[in-house]
Design a protein around this ligand. Structure first.
Ligand code: GTP
Ligand code: MG
Length: 437
């Protein structure tokens, strides 16, 4: 079902996009729902983005096929007394806003903005499109053998070691290996808090019955079993590729990728390396998406080609855990971790979608430091926090000898006239919409 396209009012509307779809994705708990809620609340406040937006309202749902993002419910949670954070999400949702743009002396230009809450797990499937089964298996098995992961991976690795190098084709072996591998991915997510877990659809399945070709796992070898696993991997990659030109993702024109780098710095070197691997996989997938999109479009001549992603914003979320002085480094850290020169237009931001703290100067051991203070959920007094110095590039071994302090779970600040207090949401919107405003 096509989205309802806003009526054309000015000749310019013929050459500019009238529906702009922005994908918002990121690792689990990185702050996607709060970001969407905050972006929408800023847009709906009529004077957002330096007055270029004349009016904004939530688009009617009409006959849309993708579930709508429940803006009212999420905003109500942040507006409650005491404020609450929104619940976890586990399905794709779409937020649509109709904008009128332009100066008051001319007829308005209309633009429908669609913001898509895209599962982070699926983002990590994009790099598979450029990888062979052998390559992916070798990388994955090497990672699982790291000392920090090996205890959780023991059963699966033992199963792999037990397989003869030229094992014959055997459906039940493929199934047994697949089950062990899937269970391992779940434990790495739930017990080790990792996110660089592939294939992503093993953790966040697509709707519908699981297809038989899903029964694969990473393995080395050269026999019939190995060839079966490689064929199934290829079928999986084909499905990922189809998804990229399907209406859901194929129309994404710009992408916002979130990562909670501060929590990763706090969680230690293993968690940080994991977030770093996820981000660099996502960034490199985006670097070549232009060329493979075109190649695919010409292959599937009968199909409407997907749009190429033209702008990507990488966001270090929950930036209100550190003071202003540190936030420049936080954006810098994101920039050095993702720098995707040569691909779509890219920028990095340190954002607090729902600001919880204010900056203040704290005297620690006689030295003034730039710290923050806010109310911790359920408490009445203010808590002060200085988690540590944020590095502007991935830290070296020395950094981890003075670990980042725990980040308090703060309560969001009270709303001002339905607007969520935030840091850098206007800058983010400015970058995303610069060429259409
Ligand atoms: N201090 C601070 N905390 C935030 C901010 N945004 C999100 N959080 C915290 O991060 C948690 C997760 O935020 P969500 O927006 O629900 O994250 P998500 O990515 O949608 O999570 P899933 O849907 O479970 O993957 C919240 O419950 C808050 O505790 C922020 O701007 N500042
Ligand atoms: Mg969510």
């Amino acid at each position: 079902m096509q989205p309802q396209i806003p009526r054309i009012r000015s000749p310019l509307d013929y050459v500019r996009p009238r529906v702009l779809r922005i994908g918002v994705t990121g690792l689990a708990r990185s702050g996607k729902t709060v970001l969407l809620t905050s972006l929408a609340s800023s847009l709906l406040a009529s004077n957002a983005v330096g007055g270029a937006i004349r009016s904004a309202r939530l688009a009617p749902t009409g006959a849309a096929t993708i579930p709508r993002f429940d803006q009212a419910r999420h905003l109500a949670a942040l507006a409650a007394d005491p404020p609450r954070w929104p619940e976890r999400t586990d399905a794709v949702a779409l937020l649509a806003i109709d904008l009128e743009l332009g100066t008051p002396s001319l007829p308005p230009r209309r633009l429908r903005l669609e913001l898509l809450d895209y599962p982070g797990e699926w983002l990590l499937d994009l790099p598979l499109v450029a990888q062979s089964y052998e390559h992916w298996s070798a990388d994955t098995l090497a990672r699982l053998q790291q000392p920090a992961l090996a205890p959780l991976a023991r059963d699966f690795l033992a199963f792999c070691t037990g397989l003869p190098a030229n094992a014959a084709l055997d459906e039940s072996l493929a199934e047994a290996g697949h089950r062990l591998y899937r269970r391992l991915l779940e434990r790495l997510r739930d017990e080790a808090g990792l996110s660089m877990l592939q294939p992503g659809r093993f953790l966040m399945p697509a709707p519908g019955a699981p297809p038989p070709w899903e029964m694969f796992f990473p393995a080395r070898g050269a026999g019939g079993l190995h060839r079966l696993l490689a064929r199934r991997y290829d079928a999986y990659v084909d499905a990922v590729r189809d998804g990229l030109v399907a209406p859901l993702f194929g129309d994404v024109d710009r992408l916002v990728v979130l990562a909670d780098l501060l929590s990763a710095l706090q969680a230690g070197p293993l968690a940080f390396a994991d977030v770093r691997a996820s981000l660099s996989a996502a960034a490199s997938a985006l670097r070549w998406q232009g060329s493979w999109r075109e190649a695919l479009a010409s292959l599937a001549k009968l199909r409407r080609p997907g749009r190429v992603i033209r702008r990507v914003a990488f966001i270090a979320s929950k930036a209100d855990h550190v003071a202003e002085r540190q936030r420049g480094n936080l954006a810098g850290l994101m920039r050095t971790m993702t720098g995707i020169a040569g691909g779509p237009k890219t920028a990095a931001f340190a954002v607090a979608a729902a600001r919880c703290t204010e900056d203040f100067v704290w005297t620690l051991d006689g030295h003034p430091v730039s710290a923050v203070r806010g109310r911790v959920l359920g408490e009445t007094t203010m808590t002060r926090s200085y988690p540590g110095e944020v590095p502007d590039r991935p830290p070296d071994a020395g950094f981890w000898t003075h670990p980042f302090l725990t980040l308090p779970r703060f309560e969001p600040m009270r709303l001002h006239a339905d607007r969520v207090p935030n840091l850098a949401i206007a800058e983010l919107l400015g970058f995303l919409l610069e060429d259409v405003l």
